[in-house]
Ligand binder design. Structure first.
Ligand code: ADP
Length: 592
């Protein structure tokens, strides 16, 4: 034993938790390398001389007596060109590079940089020498992929006058600019590091007032999430959480997608890894990966790595937000992260809270979602960026009283309730229109009125009212049968069935139906409600509900969802057909 203040010795190994003594310079949340194998871990608790280390790699074979070293630095990510299209593990090791180096299973202790240190990027300055800049300001750009322009930010904390800046081809380690901050010289490179557990600061948070559209009708029309907002999708196994997350990753109206996969089942994450690089962005025709960062934790990776992956993902999201982008982060599934917390907490012998989860579960979950937001970014000017976060939760048996669901619902503003009853009936997306909610609706109304259509908010409210009336009427039908209902009540059932089947039901795997623009959604809703209004008039004139049900226009309504975006204006033409066919019925009635 020497006097190395950074070195200590393992005294105990308990699964992913290693206890070490004798690290003089041990600090909370610093990264340590464990054993001669240099496994990566993080100090998560300190009691006097004892450091409790959460290890992000398999600890099999480790034992007391082996050395550990602190790196004296917190767990950090490297932020710069090269992030997009990467597939990382929880501690920002690119999976493809690791695989090339050591084969299919991630070997322990491998050191691979998060960003390629040799790759050259074309740097284009956007400020001139002599400009005063400060942390968060954009000083240049790099065309990272053909859809993402990577904006190079002055690192937070640095400020001064640009004394030199040069265009050209550089690696992320080479300086591209120098600042003079009253005598202090700063070298600016294209990459910077940031400790993952510390939220990146911003100047001010704003209320999300623009929707992050997803092309999914039940979401955009009834339960929208604002750009910079938070949402959660809990649901039992097989109810469609993964399909929802994938649909968002494909269609969400965001510049950058960060997808954090916390191994639900090993092969499912493998699906994402294989499928994602192949997927095409339907809008640009480019591979979706060109705006995506994937962070993958398959279930064969140690549990502690799940925690790291959540923090790594959100930090990358904040970084792109700071460039003034709209970023969407998907985490699937946060339950796996919570289980990792539970396991580590158990090994620390902490006092357990509900169902064995640590008492700080709620705080951790809240801290994570609070990193979402629409913000005025650091720097001069009014650069606005958003980071929206959607987390899937997979409670055992779909039970919503699960502590992870409850902790999540306390912080998120949108709840998409997936229900197995709907999934059994093959109503997809199986998002319940009765139990879900969005607390953004009010803040988004102005946007919907001015950017979608003046009547959109009214249409939405009317459709929702019909769906709620349907639920009440169904109770009555169950008790005394449908014949007891008045014709107008039967029409409510008829229209709400149409809202469910012709509007809410949306097939993620259908070429056209997979995505609907807000304009198409609005037109569809308008037609369904026009049918309702015309049918109400007909009923009053004595037309029977059966006659209305038999109208051929019903088929056109059912086909609306398969009308391509380019032809969506044709949908509105159905309203005229409705008028004509109902008009016929009325004429027949008056003749009779
Ligand atoms: P979970 O992740 O909740 O276990 P999945 O997302 O894997 O569930 O969904 C289970 C199955 O449900 C899918 O394989 C698919 O067949 C069906 N499904 C879910 N959502 C949709 C949708 N929007 N359109 C069509 N089928 C869907």
């Amino acid at each position: 034993m020497g006097t190395d203040p950074r070195r200590g010795t393992i005294v105990k190994v308990s699964g992913p938790l290693v206890v070490a003594e004798g690290i003089a310079e041990a600090r909370m949340y610093d990264v340590v390398r464990v054993s001669e194998g240099k496994l990566v871990g993080e100090i998560i608790e300190l009691h006097g001389d004892r450091a409790y280390i959460q290890v992000y790699e398999e600890t099999g074979g480790l034992g007391p007596g082996e050395p550990v070293w602190t790196t004296a630095a917190p767990l950090s990510v490297t932020l710069g060109p090269g992030l997009i299209q990467s597939i990382y593990d929880g501690i920002q090791r690119p999976l493809d590079v690791v695989r090339q180096r050591v084969g299919d299973y991630i070997a322990r202790g491998v050191d691979v940089p998060g960003l390629d240190p040799e790759k050259k990027w074309e740097f284009v300055p956007t400020v001139k020498e002599g400009t005063e800049v400060r942390g968060g300001d954009i000083i240049g750009k790099v065309q990272e992929t053909n859809v993402v322009e990577h904006r190079i930010l002055v690192p937070l904390g640095a400020a001064g006058k640009v004394v030199s800046i040069r265009a050209g081809s550089f690696t992320i380690a080479e300086p591209v600019a120098h600042l003079d901050g009253s005598g202090v010289r700063h070298e600016i490179r294209m990459a910077q590091t940031w400790p993952v557990r510390r939220p990146r600061p911003y100047r001010r948070k704003l209320a999300p007032d623009e929707p992050m559209t997803t092309g999914q009708r039940v979401i955009d029309t009834f339960f929208p999430v604002g750009k910079g907002g938070t949402a959660c999708v809990p649901g039992p196994f097989g109810s469609g959480k993964t399909v929802v997350q994938h649909q968002l990753a494909k269609w969400a109206d965001a510049d950058i997608i960060v997808y954090v996969g916390c191994g639900e089942r090993g092969n499912e994450m493998a699906d994402v890894l294989l499928e994602f690089p192949e997927l095409e962005d339907p809008r640009t025709g480019e591979p979706l990966m060109r705006r995506t960062v994937l962070i993958a934790n398959t279930s064969n990776m140690p549990v502690a790595a799940r925690e790291a992956s959540v923090y790594t993902g959100i930090t990358i999201g904040e970084y792109f937000r700071d460039m003034g982008y709209n970023v969407a982060l998907m985490a699937d599934s946060t339950s796996r992260w919570a289980e990792a917390m539970r396991e580590i907490s158990g090994r620390l012998e902490e006092m357990p809270g509900e169902e064995g989860y640590p008492a700080y579960l709620g705080t951790r979950v809240a801290e994570f979602y609070e990193r979402a937001g629409k913000v005025i970014c650091e720097g001069s000017g009014e650069k606005i960026g958003t980071l929206s976060v959607v987390g899937a939760v997979s409670p055992p048996g779909g039970d919503l009283s699960d502590p992870v669901v409850q902790a999540t619902l306390r912080v998120v503003k949108v709840f998409w309730s997936l229900e197995d009853q709907l999934a059994y009936r093959r109503h997809f997306p199986a998002i319940s229109w009765l139990n879900s909610y969005s607390l953004y609706t009010e803040n988004l109304q102005e946007h919907f009125r001015t950017k979608v259509a003046e009547d959109f908010v009214t249409l939405e409210a009317e459709a929702m009212r019909l769906l709620q009336q349907e639920a009440e009427l169904q109770e009555i039908v169950r008790l005394i049968g449908v014949d007891s209902l008045s014709p107008s009540d039967r029409l409510i059932l008829e229209t709400s069935r149409s809202i469910r089947e012709d509007f809410l039901h949306q097939n993620a795997f259908h070429e056209v139906d997979t995505y609907a623009s807000m304009d198409k959604q609005c037109r569809m809703l308008r037609v369904i409600l026009a049918m309702h209004a015309a049918a109400s008039r007909a009923l009053e004139a004595g037309v029977s509900i059966q006659e209305i049900q038999r109208l051929p226009v019903r088929e056109s309504i059912a086909q609306m969802k398969y009308t391509g975006e380019k032809e969506r204006e044709k949908i509105s033409g159905i309203a005229e057909t409705i008028e004509a066919q109902i008009g016929e019925l009325l004429k027949e009635k008056s003749r009779a």
